[in-house]
Design a protein around this ligand. Structure first.
Ligand code: PHE
Length: 357
């Protein structure tokens, strides 16, 4: 009995993993295990022998069972210790510095514009950047052979060989969103539509992708006077100067009649631009009364409704307000430029909190 005891307790102590422990268990206590067979032999013993051997064997079985369980638990503890040691982490190490991003001036200015127009009751509308030529041109009263199509330096999408339909275009302006918004919402309507537009052009003040914001207000009796007030109100709020002065210059767009380009009074003294003073004028947007054909294309009855529309360059407004000289740098993703001209993520532009922080 003592030999058996030694043999199995030693084997258990030497088992290095769960499989080894299981082997020892089967060897001792399995159906054909050594201890199990011994217990079966009890049946052939005399009553006396059985009385002395029975309890001893039972005690041995219990001792081996609990030694097996104990070994299992200590192996599990060791595995946990090992894992804890491997996953050790020095929480006193200093944090790794991460490159710090900022809010891009285009995002900032878009938020500023949205806040100002939201205060005047304009909602934000959206349209796709890949647009059908009907929305980008025809619906805006620019028929296929109209010279304005050439002026737009349009990027055309490819068509499969043999497909003779007019190709889609990268929208050349945000004006197609006028049509989409009118079709979706009907009249009356008051929306702005900021977003990306594309023209094949590249120099200090032109990039193939840039940003515009469209404005559209349709109601029963909207006039040029409302347009003038809204734009003056916008410029005062946006440039954060009381004495802004705008000049409406007669112009031509196929989708507005009459049309006006709008200049803002400024000075360039000492090479820095100041808005609201001086004797120079800077063009900032195109505008006019929505053409009856455009209203009709948007599903709105031109005999019942009228309104104004305008479109301005967001990047250009950002350059003017924040004194950024080169448009191309806007899209270089240069972190040093972004750190210089970017805005804190925590400064959301609001009318009461201040637009530009
Ligand atoms: N879509 C015109 C442009 O890109 C701007 C504009 C919009 C003019 C709305 C009038 C009315 O130049």
């Amino acid at each position: 009995m003592d030999d058996l005891r030694r043999k199995y307790l030693d084997a258990i102590a030497g088992a290095g993993d769960e499989t080894a422990i299981e082997e020892v268990r089967v060897q001792a206590l399995g159906k054909k295990g050594e201890i199990s067979l011994k217990m079966r032999e009890l049946g052939q013993m005399s009553a006396e022998e059985r009385q002395s051997m029975g309890p001893k064997l039972n005690a041995l079985k219990d001792e081996i069972t609990s030694a097996l369980a104990g070994r299992k638990a200590s192996l599990a503890d060791a595995a946990l210790e090992e894992r804890l040691a491997a996953e050790w982490l020095d929480v006193t190490l200093p944090g790794r510095p991460r490159p710090r991003g900022t809010i891009h001036p285009v995002s900032q200015v878009t938020e500023e514009i949205t806040a100002i127009f939201a205060d005047m009751g304009f909602a934000v509308a959206e349209g796709p950047q890949i647009e059908s030529d009907w929305f980008n041109f025809d619906a805006l009263n620019i028929p296929p052979e109209h010279p304005a199509r050439q002026e737009h330096d349009t990027f055309f999408m490819a068509r499969a060989a043999g497909d003779n339909r007019a190709p889609h275009v990268l929208r050349t302006h945000t004006s197609p969103v006028q049509i989409r918004a009118m079709q979706a919402q009907g009249a009356p309507i008051r929306v702005i539509a900021p977003g990306r537009v594309y023209r094949c052009d590249y120099d200090q003040t032109h990039t193939p992708m840039f940003h515009q914001v469209e404005g559209l207000a349709i109601d029963r009796d909207i006039s040029m006077a409302n347009l003038k007030w809204v734009l003056e109100e916008f410029c005062r709020a946006f440039f954060e100067v009381e004495g802004v002065e705008l000049r409406f210059r007669a112009s031509h767009f196929p989708f507005t009649e009459p049309s006006a380009e709008v200049d803002i009074r400024c000075s360039w003294e000492g090479g820095t631009l100041k808005i609201g003073e001086g004797n120079d004028w800077m063009e900032i947007l195109g505008s006019g009364m929505v053409h009856p054909k455009v209203l009709a294309a948007g599903g709105i009855d031109p005999d019942q409704w009228q309104g104004f529309a305008f479109g301005m360059g967001i990047d250009r407004l950002a350059m003017l307000k924040y004194g950024i000289p080169d448009l191309r740098a806007f899209f270089d993703s240069d972190l040093r430029w972004l750190r210089h001209y970017g805005f804190s993520a925590l400064d959301m532009p609001t009318l009461h909190g201040g637009l530009s922080g």
